[in-house]
Write a protein that binds this ligand. Structure first.
Ligand code: C5P
Length: 227
C-alpha cells in the first residue's frame, strides 16, 4: 500500500505522542518523537554542566554538538522506539520537569535545530513515518501528505502532564507543571528559528473534550482519506 508521511505538530502535552504512537502501530509505520531529541540534547547539556539555573553555555553546547549522538531503538516492552543518547537509554531521564524547564531554550539554538532537523529528514525520507513535534509540517516535512495541528487548553494539558508524571512517582506540583507548559508555549511560539505555527494546510484538532479513543478514530479517518 502507498506509504505516507504524517506530521503532527502542536503545543506541549496536547496528546501528540499518544496518537502518533497509536497511528504508527496501527499502520506499521515508524514513529519519531522529535521532542525527545531536543530533550536528549538538553539532558546532555545538564549532565555536562553546560546549563543550570544560573548559566547557559550556548557556545560550549554548540561546540560539543558533534559529540552528541541521538538514536532510537524499538522497545518490545514499551511498544515504541525509545531514545538513546550516545548509546545510553535516556527515555525516562528526559521526561523530568527539570529537563522541561530548559528544553525550549536549547531548542531555540539554530545549530541544534539544524543538526536535529537533518537527522529527522533522513529518518523520514522513505515515508511510512509518523513524526511529532513543533515544526514538522512547516520545516522538516513541508510536503507531508497529512498535517495535523493539535490544540487543547493549557489547564487540560497541564493536568494530563501532571497525572503522567505523578503516576510514575515524580514529586511535583500542578502549578509548576502549568507554569512550565505556559512558558514553553510562549518560548516555542516566539523564537526566531522555526517558531511553532500551524502550517497553512494543517488540520486543527482540539482534543480538550475528546477521549484518546475518540481522537484516534477521528485522526484515523483523516489518514484513510489521505492513503
Ligand atoms: O514534544 P515535547 O514537549 O517533548 O518537546 C519538548 C520541547 O522540545 C518543546 O517544548 C520545544 O521547545 C522543543 N521541540 C522543538 N521542535 C520540535 C520538537 C520539540 O522545538 N520539533
Amino acid at each position: 500500500m502507498n506509504k505516507i508521511t504524517i506530521a503532527i505538530d502542536g503545543f506541549s502535552s496536547t496528546g501528540k505522542s499518544t496518537v502518533a504512537k497509536q497511528l504508527a502501530k496501527h499502520l506499521g509505520y515508524v514513529y519519531v518523537d522529535t521532542g525527545a531529541m531536543y530533550r536528549a540534547v538538553t539532558f546532555y547539556a545538564m549532565e555536562n554542566a553546560l546549563i543550570n539555573d544560573n548559566r547557559f553555555n550556548v557556545k560550549g553546547l554548540v561546540s560539543q554538538l558533534p559529540n552528541i549522538e541521538i538514536s532510537f531503538k524499538f522497545s518490545e516492552v514499551a511498544g515504541y522506539a525509545e531514545v538513546y543518547l550516545n548509546g545510553v537509554n535516556v527515555e525516562k531521564k528526559i521526561r523530568t520537569l527539570e529537563v522541561s524547564g530548559f528544553v525550549s531554550k536549547v531548542a531555540a539554538i539554530s545549530e541544534v535545530r539544524q543538526k536535529l532537523v537533518d537527522q529527522q529528514q533522513e529518518m523520514g525520507k522513505s515515508k511510512g513515518v509518523v513524526m511529532d513535534g513543533r515544526d514538522i509540517g512547516t520545516v522538516v516535512f513541508p510536503k507531508a501528505d497529512l498535517k495535523l495541528f493539535m490544540i487543547a487548553s493549557a489547564e487540560t494539558r497541564a493536568k494530563r502532564r501532571y497525572d503522567e508524571l505523578t503516576n510514575r512517582g515524580d514529586d511535583i506540583k500542578y502549578e509548576d507543571v502549568l507554569k512550565n507548559v505556559q512558558e514553553r508555549d510562549y518560548l516555542d511560539s516566539n523564537r526566531e528559528d522555526s517558531p511553532l505555527v500551524k502550517a497553512k494546510d494543517a488540520i486543527e484538532i482540539d482534543n480538550s473534550n475528546m477521549t484518546p479513543t475518540e481522537q484516534f478514530d477521528k485522526i484515523l479517518s483523516l489518514v484513510n482519506m489521505t492513503l
